[in-house]
Design a protein around this ligand. Structure first.
Ligand code: ZN
Length: 387
């Protein structure tokens, strides 16, 4: 029973972001994305009283100012009403955050006594990092590799010495082995790329080239959301299948990290590329921007690589993709430290084809014809890379 007036929740009007009760980071504005049913696309829509355009698919995007604390959205479309409450965080107080300074010397008082440690994860879990945090990777270490290490007091991290330099590893990847002599600080890191070719496959037919295609996210990891509430993981799979088909048509041998709604763990994906000794790894994603940015203003297409080995592949593929997306800004190939692309042995890249958090991007990304065009561009890009 409603106390008075009309019901506030309407089936013909939906908001995909922000969700009811959602906590947003500190910001001055946020985007609001949602959809009205096809029967209502010509009714005027307002968000907090401001007239809002509805795209031909029923999707809409509005930018609204927000304040710290609870905010309420009022949407109206014809006689339909919808209210949505969400919470915006207080801005951080200046100077309240102090970054952890990396440990620099072998006799730093913050370190415990050096001991022998043995790796217990897989190659892609055993990461040596420049700072005790996620981010870049200095080395990947094979399982059962013994090295010099010491606890970093007051943290969960282990400082390790490789080639005379200090790095950091997560505690879950190491076990202390007290009965083993402490290895030298100058011990070199094993080279995981040793048995992999260093150049793109040249002078061979596509039938001799194996490519692993990785539809981003999956299962509980939905990725970004579009105005109709559709998940990035699903459009990634659909686009990745089109890429698989185009690569096969061009003669390549293609493997997939997933071909259903499962979630292969992040590092299982580059591990598969490594174990299968594939010639190239291509991860397929769709973009969304920070919630306080207008996706219509930031919309672009890009392909990322995380190292020198992946960059020529990313550049070749991106050039072809940009050519079939003339209405979208081409940001070129870029370098970014990404878990699935850090593979030091296999040329790896990650596509961010389009932005799905704006109505036009949502419509285009789910269009099978567009997916086919992008897929053929990827296949052509791989052929260019091999020239
Ligand atoms: Zn993604």
């Amino acid at each position: 029973m409603f106390a008075a007036g009309i019901p506030l929740v309407s089936a013909v009007l939906s908001v995909a972001y922000p969700a009811e009760g959602q906590s947003l980071p500190a910001a001055e504005q946020t985007y609001v994305i949602g959809a009205v049913e096809a029967c209502c696309t010509n009714m005027p829509l307002t968000v907090n009283g401001a007239s809002t355009d509805v795209w031909r698919t029923g999707a809409f995007l509005a930018m609204v100012p927000v304040t710290p604390g609870t905010n309420t959205l009022h949407l109206a479309c014809g006689t339909n009403r919808l209210e949505r409450r969400f919470v915006v965080a207080e801005p951080p107080k200046p100077g309240s955050w102090k970054p952890f300074k990396p440990v620099e010397s072998n006799d730093d008082p913050r370190l415990g006594k050096p001991a022998a440690w043995r790796t217990r994860g897989t190659l892609f879990a055993n990461r040596v990092r420049p700072v005790p945090d996620d981010g870049d990777t200095l080395h990947y270490l094979p399982p059962q590799f013994t090295l010099r290490g010491a606890e970093v007091k007051g943290t969960d991290w282990i400082a390790v010495w490789i080639g005379g330099k200090i790095g950091f590893m997560a505690p879950a990847t190491l076990v202390k082995t007290p009965l083993v002599p402490v290895p030298s600080a100058d011990q070199p890191a094993p080279d995981p790329t040793a048995c992999f070719p260093s150049a793109p496959p040249r002078g061979v037919p596509p039938s001799a080239v194996r490519i692993l295609v990785d539809p981003g996210h999956g299962g509980v990891d939905t990725g970004a959301r579009s105005p109709h509430g559709w998940c990035e993981k699903d459009v990634n799979l659909s686009q990745a299948r089109a890429i698989r088909d185009a690569l096969k048509k061009a003669g390549f041998l293609v493997l997939m990290t997933r071909d259903d709604d499962s979630f292969p763990p992040l590092y299982a994906r580059p591990k598969l590329a490594y174990d299968e000794h594939v010639d190239a790894f291509i991860s397929v994603h769709h973009n969304a921007c920070r919630t306080d940015r207008n996706p219509r203003e930031v919309r672009h297409t890009t392909t990322y690589a995380s190292n020198e080995r992946g960059l020529p592949l990313a550049a070749a593929v991106q050039k072809r993709i940009a050519a079939v997306l003339p209405g979208i800004k081409d940001s070129g190939a870029q370098t970014k430290s990404l878990a699935v692309c850090r593979n030091p042995a296999v040329p790896s890249c990650l596509l961010e084809v389009d932005f799905i958090n704006l109505p036009e991007g949502e419509e285009a990304s789910w269009d099978p014809e567009r997916q086919k065009k992008v897929a053929e561009a990827v296949a052509q890009g791989v052929l260019d890379w091999m020239k």
